[in-house]
Design a protein around this ligand. Structure first.
Ligand SMILES: [Zn+2]
Length: 329
């Protein structure tokens, strides 16, 4: 493994300042205090209350941030020097404005997070798409530390993507780059939540994995020999574990999931020529079983692709947002 250190890491001593971070998702808002090395010192979450609209979300995020600031200031003389925010939606990094958002956060598009949160908290504020922030976290402080060309996929309910090209986040013209979950892997395929058909997200997200299982179990009904039929509700871990124990139905499901994911990964390798591809999100908690499935599905000539499991878990977005603020100051 490449353990080379960054020669361009800012040499900020750890006692000269810490960072406030927010990660605004569809169901919860996480907040944290992160030191200059990417260590998470404090963490808290509140519900997003998406249906209440953008003003409520901003108010909840501001309160969470103020509470974290105060609890930090009670125990530490080290100043909080900037705020980093990761948020769902397409974000224009320069202005800190939400350009586009899905129905998960109604009315979120058009919100200027940099102005709203920065003014409220009186801190220099940097805003990034949440999947990009998570990729940046893994790149600066997680499993991809030391590499300069990294593709990061977050396999959760959907599929988030982030690309580091020559040490920089790839943002595109409008902040919409690296939406890797919506790369097509099948023409006229399954319907994706984005409204298009055949997206990778419709085949290799956590939701797709469960959909395969539930569809197959329904068609088999009672009497199926699969151990999956014995569960009232399935998880990715149950399916991968059953496949590893030789359950034929579970193996078929993992094979289908992995085949499409491998097709996507080969395309990403061609498009970005990364040194490694990092897999994170809920599905990656099955660990080595995920990597084994993908390796089996990869064509022989693509088995050199370096696959790594994300190491920062749910905190990647918070840590990445904080380190983006650090590196952007
Ligand atoms: Zn899509």
């Amino acid at each position: 493994m490449n353990e080379a250190s960054h020669d361009d890491l800012p040499t900020l001593p750890s006692d000269s300042g810490v960072f406030l971070a927010l990660d605004i998702g569809g169901t919860k808002i996480a907040g944290g205090i992160v030191n200059a090395e990417g260590g998470l010192l404090k963490r808290a979450t509140v519900p997003t209350e998406a249906a209440q609209g953008p003003d409520r979300i901003i108010a909840s995020a501001s309160k969470l941030a103020r509470d974290l600031l105060q609890s930090h200031q009670r125990v530490s003389p080290i100043p909080v020097v900037a705020l980093g925010v990761g948020s769902v939606g397409q974000i224009d990094f320069a202005s800190g404005r939400v350009v586009l958002a899905t129905s998960a956060l109604p009315g979120w598009a058009g919100t200027c997070l940099k102005r709203a949160l920065g003014t409220e908290l009186g801190l220099p504020t940097f805003v990034e798409n949440d999947a990009n922030a998570a990729a940046y976290g893994e790149y600066r402080a997680g499993v991809a530390r030391g590499y300069r060309h990294v593709v990061c996929l977050t396999l959760g309910t959907g599929i988030g993507g982030g690309v580091i090209a020559d040490g920089q986040l790839l943002r595109g013209a409008t902040g919409g780059a690296a939406e890797l979950g919506h790369v097509a892997v099948e023409l006229n395929g399954e319907l994706c939540p984005c409204g298009r058909r055949g997206c990778l997200e419709a085949y290799s997200s956590g939701s797709a994995l469960l959909r395969y299982a539930n569809d197959r179990l329904e068609s088999l009904r009672a009497g199926t020999a699969s151990e999956l039929a014995g569960y009232s509700s399935l998880t990715g871990a149950i399916i991968f574990d059953a496949a590893a124990r030789g359950d034929q139905l579970a193996q078929d499901i993992v094979e289908r999931f992995s085949r499409y994911l491998a097709a996507g990964l080969v395309s990403f390798q061609f498009a970005f020529d990364p040194e490694c591809i990092v897999l994170g999100g809920g599905v990656s908690s099955v660990g080595e079983l995920l990597l084994e499935g993908i390796r089996r599905a990869l064509p022989e000539q693509d088995r050199h692709i370096r696959l790594l499991l994300a190491s920062l878990g749910n905190d990647a977005g918070l840590i990445g947002a904080a380190l983006l603020a650090r590196d952007s100051l």
